[in-house]
Design a protein around this ligand. Sequence first.
Ligand code: PMP
Length: 355
Amino acid sequence: MSRFLSENLINIKPYEPGEQPRSSEKWIKLNTNESPFSPSKNVKNLINNYDYSKLRLYPDPSCYSLISKLSDEFKVNKSQIIVGNGSDEILAFSFMGLCKNGAAFSDLTYGFYPVFSNLFNIKTKIVELNNSFEIDINDYKGLKETIIIANPNAPTGIELSVKCIKKLLESDKDRLVIIDEAYVDFGAESSIKLVKEYDNLLVIGTFSKSRNLAGARIGYAVASEEIIADLNAIKFSFNPYNLSSLSIDIGVEALCDKEYFKSCIEQIVSNREYLTNKLEDLGFEIVKSKANFIFVRPLGIAGKKYYERLKEKGVLVRYFDKTRTKDYVRITIGTIKDCDILIEMTKEILSEVGR
Ligand code: PMP
């Protein structure tokens, strides 16, 4: 810490992203929930034919072309959408400006929420998940804080039904509920359809997972016109050109390729079921996931040891060294070949430890 750091930031606890090894060749990378598939061919064509002189100019600060395309996709008005530099940026804006009564979220969820709470000095209520890692919406009864729910949740992959979300929205119409749908496309139900009916709902999504574009940093949010206006006021007070021109164009192209989007998701869902079954055959406990990852408790070896041994063998998964998660690892769903290698490595590791 330098002597110049502001007093209010002395206690910041930065988010720790999963490892991003510099050379990816050596690794089977199943640790940060990226897609194992390339972005759409449309994106490839765009980049191959890109008029680089466009980069001389600032991008369109309203991101009009991308927002128009998203408005067709989600069947909401353009004034009900904002895009961000990854959904992390929109989450940051939301914590910064839409948590006037504080924030409430689960004890086991996306690790960035407590980081934002801390950064923006927000009074925070942690609501424990039940023993099966599920959200009980009754636990949120009477809370005035803005509620933030990842649906499906991370790192568990468990879905909260739209019916429950509706109940939550109904139970206090003066309280904002933020649903972070980073993983919704892998088999869960989106709450975007509720935005028409509820002006206390903000749904946030990303192109990083189901659209295979983590490197392009494109996130979006859908809500009432008023909430989006608030988020825009924050954006224009912070970074008006928050998406590069290239990312705006990439987002549009990706949205045009519906077939590819669908086929990538189908493969991930099928690989998820395949890997789940294979690991269950080895006696592992797998949390029922609707995301592009599974949360796994290995049998016969500690979570940490399993993670470390996999890493030594060139397979990166994610380990969270906290009380409720220490027996588990989170494995991103890769290609079928990645799954087979992981299964082989797992068998080797288990035989090494005498199982
Ligand atoms: N929400 C959740 C639940 C996530 O796991 C992630 C990815 N780490 C994000 C949001 C952020 O994704 P991005 O900024 O790449 O859109």
